[in-house]
Design a protein around this ligand. Structure first.
Ligand SMILES: NC(=O)c1ccc[n+]([C@@H]2O[C@H](COP(=O)([O-])OP(=O)(O)OC[C@H]3O[C@@H](n4cnc5c(N)ncnc54)[C@H](O)[C@@H]3O)[C@@H](O)[C@H]2O)c1
Length: 363
């Protein structure tokens, strides 16, 4: 087990992508369990998916922040690709911990909209790294830990499962995956050159209440409700390590408190204080089983009627470009270092999603 070397209480924490699915849940968990804390959130509230869900999450954060008046919550609407804005934020707030979750996500969207992936995931991330680097100028204590989102998609179509962080990940099959792998490379170089403690987290298919409408479980639910047909790719033969949002946030919080130690190598030069972990459920589920559980939970939560004819609303379709047949996380290092691994079952997690969906859309 690694011993925490950062106390989150009384820290200034910058969270990028703060109104995003993972970002908003992280901010709320910090308010609940690390108050008093000073959180600065940045997000450009872009329209990649329904902005009202981001606004809803922002409102949830504000309500919670009002209850935790001992903490400070500051929201900045802005773009991480705007270098001068990022410089200004780092100078003004001097965050000790930075959690970079802002990104253009999605594998399929990167085929039709490549520019935005370079802008946010590459230039935006580079701006964060540069700001971390200059946070130590004039002997300032600077950033103690940079935690950033990578993705299971870096494993491409690797055949060896479960996916281990020791595996070679040089064959991305989408631009999205290539940008995430690039983030790890850039972070490594900056950790080595400027001694920035950094940890990359490869998240595996995250789901839950107020999640992302562009993801399958959410999109399927919308379509079924509208009486449309859902397409199940790779003829349902895909397997995914679905990871419940609370497990992801728990993992991120534990990681945030353990910055990689600064050490010197045999040559007397600093070794990069750099780590990468998988955070996944370590239990891949077949897509058809997943759809089956989703259906049952939607009926149980009364989003859909008990006599809904699911079979006539399902179509098996071939694999899509950029997709991979399986994702499966080896979480041994996560368990070894943090005594934790995700454990929420698909039924519990999808049940919570279905209940949230019913209330949110007032079904
Ligand atoms: N959800 C998953 O299954 C999953 C899996 C693997 C990796 N990830 C990664 O985790 C991170 C968070 O994912 P999420 O599911 O919360 O996605 P999300 O899209 O809900 O959140 C990302 C947030 O970043 C914001 N954003 C995008 N570009 C920005 C920019 N240029 N400047 C400022 N804000 C910007 C968006 O408005 C959004 O609110 C992302 O880096 C994503 O790539 C997510």
């Amino acid at each position: 087990m690694r011993i925490p070397n950062i106390e989150l209480r009384n820290m200034t924490i910058l969270v990028t992508g703060a109104t995003g699915f993972i970002g908003a849940n992280l901010v709320m968990k910090l308010l609940r369990s690390a108050s008093p804390v000073n959180i600065v959130g940045i997000d450009n509230l872009n329209e990649y998916y329904d902005v009202s869900i981001k606004e809803y999450r922002l409102k949830q954060i504000e309500t919670l922040a009002a209850k935790h008046s001992e903490s400070i919550w500051t929201f900045i609407k802005g773009n991480i690709a705007d270098k001068s804005l990022i410089e200004q934020i780092f100078k003004g707030y001097q965050p000790a911990i930075v959690v970079n979750l802002a990104a253009q996500a999605g594998v399929r969207y990167s085929i039709t909209n490549p520019d935005i992936y370079i802008e946010t995931n590459i230039i935006g991330f580079y701006n964060i790294l540069e700001a971390c680097r200059h946070s130590y100028d004039n002997d300032e204590p600077g950033v103690k830990h940079l935690v950033y989102a990578s993705s299971s998609s870096v494993y491409g179509s690797n055949k060896k499962i479960p996916y281990s962080t020791d595996d070679k990940v040089d064959n991305p099959v989408s631009l999205y995956a290539a940008t995430k792998k690039s983030n790890e490379l850039l972070a490594h170089a900056y950790s080595k050159l400027y001694n920035i403690p950094s940890t990359g987290l490869r998240f595996f298919t995250v789901y839950g209440p107020a999640g992302r409408p562009d993801m399958a479980y959410f999109g399927f639910t919308n379509k079924l409700r509208e009486g449309k047909t859902i397409q199940i790719f790779n003829y349902g033969k895909c397997k995914r390590d679905f990871t419940y949002i609370d497990d992801i946030v728990e993992g991120v919080m534990r990681v945030m408190q353990c910055a990689p130690e600064k050490e010197n190598g045999e040559d007397g030069l600093p070794l990069p204080p750099y780590r990468v972990y998988n955070i996944g459920n370590n239990q891949p589920e077949n897509l058809l089983d997943f759809v089956d559980i989703l259906q049952q939970e939607l009926v149980r939560a009364k989003v859909l009627p008990a006599d809904y004819d699911f079979e006539s609303h399902k179509e098996l379709a071939p694999m899509q470009p950029g997709d991979v047949p399986i994702t499966y996380a080896d979480t041994t290092p996560l368990e070894r270092d943090f005594g934790f691994k995700p454990s929420t079952s698909l039924r519990t997690g999808l049940g919570k999603f279905a209940e949230w969906y019913k209330e949110y859309y007032q079904v």
